[in-house]
Write a protein that binds this ligand. Structure first.
Ligand code: PMP
Length: 310
């Protein structure tokens, strides 16, 4: 069920997903000059329902402007149409993770890659993967990483730039090698930034605190959904800096992301958080999120159009 869909979208056409070959001079491969997204398509009675696809593609197109990627379908409806067609062709029988990737290709065929962006051609691919939703709140054990999140004046942190993920890869690898599931990274000033591919919330006295979106972090779409849902449910949500000590002493800590949805952090660098198991607030937030992603009328107006048959 975790498998790659049979078809992929690659530079303007639908092709068998194993077929695409990129030139070895592809600039995005050499210098990380690409941008990607992760979008969920939840299986429903009528096919698949994309969750907040407009926001995901709008974020990707903003990042494309940053990298001068212009040679791809340029509007969110076009990108959603391609995605819907790909989902129809792949006919996954469960929930899906959609991975669009836009990147710089080359200045001229068979020339050595250089770092300048101007005049370099662009490519867009989209692949889909079967990715079942766990159901209930997942539990993860995290390490506090020695790797710091690069500051926003060194990397456009609000853009999912492929090259920027080397920090996440190193932090995740180190955490896994030490027996943890994931890592939480601090910013230059020692405050909590985010996990390798997810945002962080702390629970104190029933209220939520999450690092401000102006910090050195990618303020995710799931974070935004969770803030809205929790405020609607009457909970207090504050955007304030969090120190490592704030996490160690929190009642609960949880992560949010498109892929992980809501995951309780039950231990951090060898210390239990709260009771050492998923707490009631994380469970409640996970349930609110589940309702939003599965009930069509709980989604915003755009997403009602994002239905794929099959
Ligand atoms: N931070 C980083 C670095 C990420 O890669 C992700 C995953 N896209 C997130 C946060 C969470 O973002 P979202 O909720 O939009 O998936």
């Amino acid at each position: 069920q975790l498998g790659l869909g049979a078809w992929a979208y690659d530079r303007g056409e639908f092709v068998p997903a194993q077929a695409p070959r990129l030139p070895l001079s592809t600039q995005g491969l050499h210098y990380g000059t690409g941008v990607f997204e992760g979008i969920r398509a939840y299986r429903s009675d009528g096919g698949h329902q994309l969750f907040r696809a407009h926001e995901h593609y709008a974020r990707m197109l903003r990042a494309c402007r940053m990298l001068r990627i212009t040679g791809i379908p340029a509007t969110t409806p076009e990108l959603i149409d391609i995605t819907v067609e790909l989902l129809r062709r792949n006919a996954h029988d469960g929930d899906v993770y959609v991975r669009p990737l836009a990147h710089k290709l080359s200045l001229l065929p068979d020339t050595p890659p250089g770092v300048s962006l101007a005049g370099v051609s662009d490519a867009l691919s989209i692949t889909t993967f079967g990715y079942p939703t766990a159901g209930g709140v997942k539990e993860v054990r995290c390490a506090l990483s020695a790797w710091r999140r690069p500051p926003r004046d060194a990397l456009p942190v609000q853009a999912k730039i492929t090259g920027g993920y080397v920090t996440s890869a190193l932090a995740c690898d180190e955490a896994r090698a030490a027996g943890y599931d994931d890592a939480i990274l601090l910013d230059r000033s020692g405050n909590v930034a985010e996990a390798t591919t997810a945002n962080v919330f702390a629970v104190r006295d029933g209220g939520l605190v999450t690092p401000p979106d102006a910090g050195d972090l990618l303020a995710g779409i799931t974070r935004d959904t969770v803030i809205t849902l929790c405020r609607e449910a009457g909970m207090t949500v504050r955007e304030n800096p969090l120190s490592p000590a704030d996490l160690y002493t929190a009642d609960e800590v949880f992560l949010t992301s498109t892929a992980k949805e809501v995951a309780a952090v039950v231990a951090l660098s060898g210390r239990d958080i709260g009771s050492g198991t998923a707490g009631p607030v994380a469970a409640r937030v996970a349930a609110l999120y589940r309702t939003a992603t599965t009930a069509p009328d709980a989604q915003d107006a755009h997403d009602a159009q994002d239905r794929a048959g099959g």
